[in-house]
Write a protein that binds this ligand. Structure first.
Ligand SMILES: [Zn+2]
Length: 386
């Protein structure tokens, strides 16, 4: 018995069939294709069972309370592999039919009853703890908060090797030249003529000597924090400022940013894809956990747990080291997004000679990457400070 690649819409199964027809041609009784290359159902069955075995385990003692699936559910509802043109019921029962099994294997043929809900996801009870990435992140957090921060004190496993394991799951987005961002700064009183302000000095990151500990930067190393909209920028700044100025920043170059906002998901491969890794089942949960921790509100003064910022600061510096321009993360105040770019304030000319003499590196000036294209007053005035 044979079927053809057109019986399926799953690309990996189609590929398997194309590679295993041996150029044999016949009419496909399941989808009706005439004189088409076909594959033996025995070969196909062998492939499908191998793939299902990577992700599912058969267990017919229904003692524990885990979600179970039948072969039919896995093939149709979960993986949705069949094309609309094929008789999927008939094809499935033929593929998994007992008649294909050697007699000696028949008693162990779990697949023959395609409607028996006796398959559960392997290792599901451990959930996200199945992932190496989960253990890497938890180990990293503990070490930098409570064991060693600035160097690897022991040579057991470096903090960089933990972060390296997360890197493969991170998604890069391109910020294209011309994209606008916003930044808010409070003033009291508001300057008489905002057009006279040195905007690049007043609205950019603070100079290194005034830079405080923040989510992504340690005190003394100022980065440029921007938001995707004016509303996000205003909400991030809070309402305890009497007067605010909103500056519009426009990117002058294409920039590479790691997206740690929670609005994306990793590509999850079908269990029939050769790239499938069983970790994929939990990676979505892990990414949500990781990005939530990165963007969660932190005690503003950093008094209770001043080391909470350390995690995100080290992650940021690590990504800077990988030649990214910045990080995008979710606002904890609204649905908007925040961006941090690893670019600093206007260079202090008086220190240039000393810096050149010492050969000291400095953060690139943000104006090489952004123009300030607009400045406006925020009309909102906080009642409490009237
Ligand atoms: Zn077919």
């Amino acid at each position: 018995m044979y079927c053809c690649a057109k019986c399926f819409k799953n690309k990996s199964i189609q590929k398997f069939i194309s590679n295993n027809t041996g150029e044999k041609k016949a009419d496909c009784v399941y989808c009706g294709s005439k004189n088409t290359e076909v594959v033996s159902l025995i070969d196909l069955r062998h492939f499908l069972v191998g793939c299902i075995d990577k992700a599912y385990e058969y267990n017919d003692d229904f003692v524990d309370d885990v979600q179970r699936y039948s072969v039919a559910e896995i093939m149709t509802e979960i993986e949705d592999v069949f094309s609309d043109d094929t008789d999927s019921e008939l094809l499935m029962s033929d593929i998994f039919s007992k008649s294909f099994i050697d007699i000696k294997d028949a008693i162990n043929d779990y697949y023959a009853d395609i409607n028996n809900e006796a398959f559960y996801i392997k290792y599901d009870s451990l959930g996200v703890e199945n992932l190496d990435a989960y253990h890497a992140w938890e180990s990293f957090k503990y070490e930098v908060m409570h064991y060693n921060r600035f160097f690897d004190v022991t040579d057991k496993q470096s903090r960089e090797s933990y972060l390296w394991q997360l890197l493969k799951y991170l998604k890069e987005i391109k910020v294209t030249s011309g994209t606008c961002f916003y930044r808010v700064r409070g003033f009291d009183p508001l300057p008489d003529n905002i057009n006279d302000l040195d905007l690049y000095m007043e609205m950019g990151p603070p100079p290194p000597g005034k830079s405080i500990n923040n989510r992504m930067n340690p005190a003394g190393i100022p980065y440029l924090y921007l938001s995707d909209t004016k509303e996000t920028a205003l909400l991030e700044k809070g309402d305890n400022l009497r007067f605010k100025l909103i500056a519009e920043f426009t990117a002058k170059k294409n920039l590479r940013v790691v997206d740690l906002s929670d609005s994306w998901m990793v590509d999850i491969f079908s269990i029939f894809d050769s790239e499938y890794n069983h970790d994929d089942y939990w990676i979505k949960d892990f990414i949500i956990k990781f990005t939530t921790e990165i963007s969660k509100p932190v005690d503003k003064e950093g008094e209770e747990h001043p080391y909470e910022y350390v995690l995100t600061q080290i992650v940021a510096e690590y990504l800077r080291m990988q030649n990214y321009d910045g990080i995008c993360y979710s606002s904890s105040k609204c649905d908007g997004k925040n961006f941090v770019f690893f670019y600093g304030s206007k260079p202090d000319e008086s220190l240039t000679d000393k810096r050149d003499f010492l050969g000291v590196r400095m953060l690139p000036y943000f104006a090489d990457y952004f123009d300030i294209t607009k400045i406006e007053k925020d009309n909102y005035v906080n009642n409490a400070s009237k």
